[in-house]
Ligand binder design. Structure first.
Ligand code: MD3
Ligand code: FE
Length: 199
């Protein structure tokens, strides 16, 4: 479905076996030189979400130079991002993601309303959800308030944010703890976003 212009939600896009593989891969990503870390906000607050970045490295509010990339973005994840765009728009339009941000939501974790403006490319953002179901809030491009649309994101769902939705405020106000399928191998929620930094 298309909850806003340029935004496409594809419930259940990832087969369960693929979800399990992605969960295992996200666990492995955290065993190498990188780990899932909380981001400190400009005002000193600490985010409840813990994040890890593959490929072009992101640190709070900016991307670093390529030479500082600690773990390459795997080719299979680039391919999955391109497949996602074909699913959402019928073509990938030369989508060439160079970074993946993986967010882990443990007990009580949430993400406040924000815009993603560090990327220098107009390319869409691909989002894959795994584990616990959450409420995802897609707002407007003006401010954090109304109008916004609340959408439940379930494990295996694909969401693509292109066109006008690319610079919309968005957040995750609620995660429903314990809703992940028992066989998935995950307690909590993971979200993988694939992006072009344009750097
Ligand atoms: C809409 N992550 O990492 S994914 C983020 O579920 C982020 O972890 C949320 O917001 C999560 O920045 C939401 C969906 C998402 C990602 C990027 C967007 C939605 C977006 C960029 C523009 C508009
Ligand atoms: Fe975001």
């Amino acid at each position: 479905s298309a909850p806003a212009p340029g935004a496409v939600h594809v419930p259940g896009w990832l087969p369960f076996a693929r979800q399990r593989e992605l969960v295992a891969a996200c666990r492995e990503f955290g065993r190498g030189p990188l780990s899932y870390e909380a981001t400190v906000l400009p005002g000193g607050g600490v985010m409840s979400v813990r994040s890890l970045c593959l490929g072009r490295r992101w640190e709070p509010y900016r991307y670093l130079g390529k030479e500082e990339s600690l773990v390459e973005l795997p080719g299979w994840l680039v391919d999955l991002g391109r497949d996602a765009l074909v699913e959402a728009y019928g073509e990938h339009g030369e989508f060439a993601p160079d970074t993946a941000l993986v967010n882990f939501y443990g007990d009580g974790a949430r993400m406040g309303m924000h815009q993603d403006r560090e990327e220098r490319s107009p390319a869409p953002v691909v989002s894959l959800s795994l584990g616990d179901t959450c409420v995802f809030r897609l707002g407007n491009t003006e401010d954090r308030g109304r109008p916004y649309t609340d959408v439940e994101l379930v494990s295996g769902d694909l969401f693509v944010f292109g066109g006008p939705s690319r610079f919309a405020y968005h957040g995750v106000p609620k995660v429903y703890a314990g809703t992940a399928a028992p066989g998935l191998g995950l307690r909590g929620r993971l979200n993988i976003t694939l992006r072009e930094t344009g750097l």
